[in-house]
Design a binder for this molecule. Structure first.
Ligand code: SF4
Ligand code: SF4
Ligand code: SF4
Length: 248
């Protein structure tokens, strides 16, 4: 049987998720390369393919013109996977969606440079095209990516968790960050990472995005009840989930 043809594409991102992929020191990824044909990958090759069995897309789209490019990728691909927070939820890029002076703030005197012009909200890829599977996280979890590809290769539906990080945190018997005076968003964040942040003594910032039905009002209430100023509590979930909020 011919190996599935796979392409990798990038949009607005730091390319950190692609770097995760190019860590060829990992035996699992090297094994995966025995089962797929990478036919398009700007970071590593100049060839292009007409048809793709699987297109993997990194980055959010922040320019109207990018919609056309995304539609073209969708048209020639059987399956589309968004990988990383930027592509799957809008990620940190979506912070700009409720700001007006972000370019000056970030780039200073270079804010007017042509390549920095972004004429639309930063949105996840499924804001433009149908996405079949999403790999969450900033950066994405490489093993979750491998699991999804592996499931597809075996004709199975990949399992993507849709329950809160708190579940994994409790399983790990980690002391809740709230008990240490921190403010954690694990109750609305999508699990699948194994809750490494609370385990390391760091609150969850929901880098994997929200679960399907997050109780945003309850999150704000809990943050306020635990001493966070109201405005900060209301904005707390913007860092990785700004494009997913009910007021996005
Ligand atoms: S999800 Fe994070 S690591 Fe991946 S491209 Fe976006 S900012 Fe970079
Ligand atoms: S530390 Fe965070 S993820 Fe863990 S139980 Fe507390 S709120 Fe949930
Ligand atoms: S614990 Fe939260 S911030 Fe940490 S990796 Fe998981 S979802 Fe991301």
């Amino acid at each position: 049987m011919a190996k599935p043809k796979v392409g990798f594409f990038d949009f607005s991102s730091c390319e950190g998720c692609q770097i995760e992929l190019t860590n060829y020191g990992d035996a699992d990824f090297v094994e995966l390369l025995n089962h797929i044909d990478i036919v398009e990958f700007r970071e590593a090759m100049s060839e292009k393919a007409e048809h793709l069995d699987i297109a993997c897309i990194e980055g959010s789209f922040t320019r109207k013109e990018e919609r056309t490019r995304l539609e073209a990728i969708r048209k020639r691909s059987d399956v589309v996977i968004s990988f990383g927070a930027c592509a799957s939820t809008g990620g940190i890029n979506a912070l700009k969606n409720h700001q007006t002076d972000f370019q000056e703030y970030v780039y200073g005197k270079d804010a007017g440079a042509a390549h920095l012009q972004s004429n639309a909200k930063a949105l996840p890829i499924d804001g433009a095209i149908k996405v079949d599977y999403k790999v969450f996280g900033c950066p994405m979890d490489k093993y979750e990516f491998l699991n999804i590809i592996s499931s597809l290769l075996h004709g199975k539906t990949p399992e993507i968790p849709d329950y809160p990080v708190c579940v994994e945190c409790k399983r790990n018997e980690t002391i809740c960050r709230f008990q240490e005076g921190d403010h954690c968003m694990g109750m609305v964040a999508r699990a699948g990472c194994g809750a490494p942040c609370p385990e390391a003594g760091i609150p969850c910032e929901a880098c994997r995005g929200f679960i399907s039905n997050p109780n945003e009002a309850s999150l704000v209430q809990v943050l306020i009840e635990n001493g966070m100023p109201e405005e900060r509590a209301r904005n707390k979930s913007r860092i990785f989930t700004n494009a997913m909020r009910s007021d996005a």
